[in-house]
Design a protein around this ligand. Structure first.
Ligand code: ADP
Ligand code: MG
Length: 397
């Protein structure tokens, strides 16, 4: 795929789709700048190469209307602090006024367009809106992995109307790590999967069974597998309508020679709120009034003994209800263990990324994906619309 390193941006207007959908507090200050920092290399490359950077993003869910609360102005201010220069924010993302502003940019200048989702055409991938966006630039760069699973105008439609497309550094990195881990991995490969539900990850599990050597299942998702296997799981979160799915997946794994590990012990309590009766029990002995809220220490030991022989490890989904103390222990223990391994370790998923950050190992694992839903769709083996669009555009030009 064509990347920023293969295009000459000098003197060109470069539309950069970024993901500045960052959390803001009540005073509208940015509270987590991970997504902003992630695209700085791309922005700097364009500016230093003498290009004119036109940054575009969405923020929140204004649903096609102008909603002041979702203005990108506070993000512009924040970015201005990071770049140590003024970042003008236009009053809209399309229209005469914006076009004039963009055409006035000098080489090395930048502008941040106002929220793309103030227009319904963005999420509808509307052709007219896509053309309007495209008219702002001579080069299109996608550096918004986290929205690349959406066929929206600024991710998809626009690529049909610009002369040249390229992937930004962040997107390139996401694809590189995914390919290294899932397409041409050093074996053995293990996937650790957890989280709340089997139902949201059936396609991931299906796809992975063809790719990995070991499948380690934790989190509430494991409860459905345990119950399908015949263990009583008390009042734990279980998807009774997916017991058959679980059984089928276990059979498929067996057929394909994938070794599956389920928890051998569990941390249980009456509820997330009543933590004075927290106990660790073997999975065969979950009390009928209790809930499984984390994996136990023996499970972690088993998981570690498997992971220790692997060259590639992908992790999605917390092993327990890690947001509530003391049920973070399994998830954090795994995070720390991965952080100390020499293997290629890739973590993805919104909550999983938050967990490794909280456990302070986000810079010790090989890579933490910036895309929640987009990362899961990659794990499902899908081609993301935004990435496919870049490839199509490259074929044409
Ligand atoms: P990700 O966003 O990383 O893909 P998910 O959204 O699938 O992960 O799952 C994360 C959620 O699963 C967390 O909110 C966590 O509290 C919950 N969870 C994990 N294990 C359990 C459990 N045993 N009981 C209840 N909730 C759990
Ligand atoms: Mg989640």
């Amino acid at each position: 795929m064509r990347t920023l390193d293969n295009v000459d941006v000098a003197g060109k207007r470069v539309f950069i789709r970024v993901d500045f959908n960052v959390p803001l507090d009540k005073e509208r200050h940015v509270t987590d700048d991970l997504r902003i920092r992630a695209v700085l290399p791309t922005i700097k490359k364009v500016l230093e190469g003498g290009g004119k950077a036109v940054l575009a993003s969405h923020l929140g869910r204004p649903k096609g209307k102008v909603v002041d609360e979702f203005s990108l102005k506070p993000v512009g201010e924040y970015l201005s602090g990071l770049l140590d220069r003024e970042v003008p924010v236009s009053s809209d993302c399309v229209g005469d006024e914006v076009e004039k502003q963009v055409r006035r940019l000098k080489d090395g200048d930048l502008i941040l367009l106002e929220n793309l989702r103030f227009h319904a055409g963005e999420e509808k991938n509307d052709e007219g809106f896509s053309k309007q966006l495209a008219s702002l630039a001579e080069i299109y760069v996608n550096d918004a992995f986290a929205v690349s699973h959406r066929a929206h105008a600024s991710v998809h439609g626009i690529t049909r109307f610009v002369p040249l497309c390229a992937a930004g550094y962040q997107l390139e990195k996401e694809i590189k790590y995914y390919r290294q881990a899932m397409e041409e991995p050093k074996r053995p490969v293990a996937m650790v999967i957890g989280g709340a539900k089997v139902s949201t990850k059936i396609d991931v599990l299906e796809n992975l069974i063809d790719k990995v050597d070991f499948l380690l299942i934790g989190g509430a998702m494991a409860n459905t597998f345990l119950k399908a296997r015949g263990n009583a799981v008390g009042k734990s979160l279980v998807e009774d309508d997916h017991m058959e799915t679980a059984t089928r997946l276990l059979e498929e794994a067996k057929k394909k020679g994938v070794k599956v590990y389920l928890p051998v012990d569990a941390v249980v309590a009456r509820s997330l709120e009543s933590t004075d009766d927290v106990r660790q029990v073997p999975v065969e002995e979950v009390p009928s009034d209790d809930k499984i809220l984390d994996v136990g220490t023996e499970t972690i030991e088993v998981f570690e003994s498997v992971l220790q022989k692997c060259s590639t490890i992908v992790w999605n989904g917390p092993l327990g209800a890690f947001e509530t103390h003391p049920f973070e222990k399994g998830t954090f223990a795994l995070a720390e263990y991965l952080g100390n391994l020499d293997a290629l370790t890739v973590v993805g998923g919104g909550d999983s990324a938050a967990a490794v950050k909280e456990a302070k190992v986000d810079d010790k694992v090989s890579y933490v994906s910036t895309g929640g839903g987009a990362f899961l769709e990659m794990l499902e083996g899908k081609t993301l619309p935004g990435i496919a669009a870049l490839e199509e555009c490259e074929k044409r030009s």
